[in-house]
Design a protein around this ligand. Structure first.
Ligand SMILES: [Zn+2]
Ligand SMILES: [Zn+2]
Ligand SMILES: [Zn+2]
Length: 89
């Protein structure tokens, strides 16, 4: 897998993990999700693009918070939306 970083990812001092293993938005509406991503700007955890509500992408677009980390156990990667950069760590 290609490791292509960007200024947003390079600027992170540490990777923020999920506070709880739930989508912050889906729990409010009782929706379900597939995988979870944690926003590296505000620490919010949201569901991936395989989930019906795609809250992680919506969050990134509405807040301009660029970088998410996978919140899945055993997955160690970061993704930057504006740069489409993907980095394993
Ligand atoms: Zn970036
Ligand atoms: Zn969600
Ligand atoms: Zn955020």
């Amino acid at each position: 897998m290609a490791n292509e970083s960007c200024a947003h990812i390079d600027g992170l001092k540490k990777v923020v993990g999920p506070k709880a293993h739930v989508c912050d938005e889906c729990v409010k509406t009782g929706s379900r999700w597939v995988h979870l991503r944690t926003c590296q700007t505000c620490g919010g955890t949201h569901c991936c693009d395989s989930s019906p509500n795609r809250h992680a992408t919506k969050h990134a677009k509405t807040t301009s918070h660029p970088v998410v980390a996978s919140a899945e156990p055993g997955e160690r990667w970061l993704y930057c939306y504006p740069d489409e950069a993907f980095v394993e760590y």
